[in-house]
Design a protein around this ligand. Structure first.
Ligand code: ADP
Length: 317
């Protein structure tokens, strides 16, 4: 049996004041969250972040024999007013709960009380590639290889299980304490029910819109490959491929496949990006073909990265 952690070290986190201040701004978030069915209660700790609907907190089970710290996504029922919003939340939970892979955020449980819905998730304490990109702007090729290998591995699992994520972006590529990639946020994900099925609608707007979504011509797994191209471009160039001063102009650029790759970029990396950002979905490589791209053979893929990469450029080349 695991040695029990002293309860005080978990129940009173060092930043309890900050967590209490965050909860004060949002009075429906309880200091102790109770799953009335399993009767397990969780102490609500550090505030992790806020999404479109959810507030996310670090939580620890009040059972002293369970020393895991998890992330808890909390969504106020008051925000889920439209049927479409409720359905989206149910869909997210239904899809996420069935998934289990080392490069996907693990789903532990979901429950509700009078006020909120709660989703217990694997904690990704090193935030996401979004924060890393904001601090670093550019990452080196070995780092890009490291992140892309793990993102592609998570996507292979999803596509093998007939799931399209549909909103792969830097902010949904989370990092755990060892800087392992964990893909999360299945709010726009969908299940493909039969081979060749083309999805016609999407409830919400993905960050990296693929041209076939913009043109409403039906879309499938290839939209995730498009997003992977946008992710790699943003990581190695420092800004998104179709960025412009206005949304309208961005859409024109996507439709015209108008993006520029700086001439200074390694040609193997550039060719890999171009293959993923092809307008015609069927010309893009599948996530199963991707590991064979010369990009992944530019140099041996690093087995791990030092924590310092979160803030400073490592000397890896
Ligand atoms: P929404 O579904 O409302 O968009 P998100 O899934 O984006 O909510 O979560 C909101 C924020 O909570 C994220 O931006 C991130 O900062 C944080 N977060 C979400 N999941 C985790 C996790 N598993 N570990 C750590 N932080 C997380």
């Amino acid at each position: 049996m695991k040695a029990a952690m002293p309860i005080t070290s978990k129940a009173v986190p060092a930043n309890a004041d900050a967590a209490a201040a965050q909860r004060a701004k949002n009075p429906t978030i309880p200091a102790v969250i109770v799953n009335s069915q399993s009767r397990i209660s969780y102490n609500c700790g550090k505030f992790l972040g806020k999404g479109g609907f959810a507030f996310c907190y670090e939580v620890t089970s009040s059972d002293a024999s369970d020393c895991r710290t998890l992330a808890c996504k909390i969504v106020s029922k008051k925000l889920l007013v439209k049927d479409s919003q409720k359905e989206k939340m149910i869909q997210e939970i239904e899809i996420h709960r069935k998934l289990s892979h080392e490069h996907l955020v693990k789903f532990y449980d979901s429950f509700a009380d009078q006020e909120n819905m709660y989703i217990l998730l694997e904690l990704c304490s090193r935030r996401s590639l979004m924060e890393l990109h904001r601090r670093r702007k550019l990452v080196t090729v070995p780092e890009a290889q490291y992140f892309m290998r793990q993102i592609v591995s998570g996507c292979q699992y999803l596509h093998s299980n007939k799931i399209i994520h549909r909103d792969l972006k830097l902010g949904n590529v989370f990092l755990n304490s060892k800087l392992w990639v964990k893909i999360g946020d299945f709010g726009l994900a969908t299940q493909v029910n039969r081979d060749g099925e083309q999805k016609k609608t999407m409830c919400g707007t993905p960050n990296y819109l693929a041209p076939e979504v913009l043109n409403k011509q039906g879309h499938s797994f290839e939209v995730d490959v498009w997003s992977l191209g946008c992710i790699l471009y943003t990581l190695v160039v420092g800004r998104p491929p179709f960025e412009s001063p206005s949304l309208k102009e961005t859409y024109v650029r996507i439709k015209n496949n108008n993006f520029k790759i700086p001439s200074s970029l390694n040609p193997v990396v550039a060719a890999f990006i171009r293959s993923m950002l092809q307008s015609q979905p069927q010309l893009r490589p599948s996530v199963f073909a991707m590991p064979h791209d010369p990009f992944f053979s530019l140099q041996p893929i690093l087995p791990s990265l030092p924590e310092s990469v979160l803030t400073v450029t490592p000397r890896l080349d």
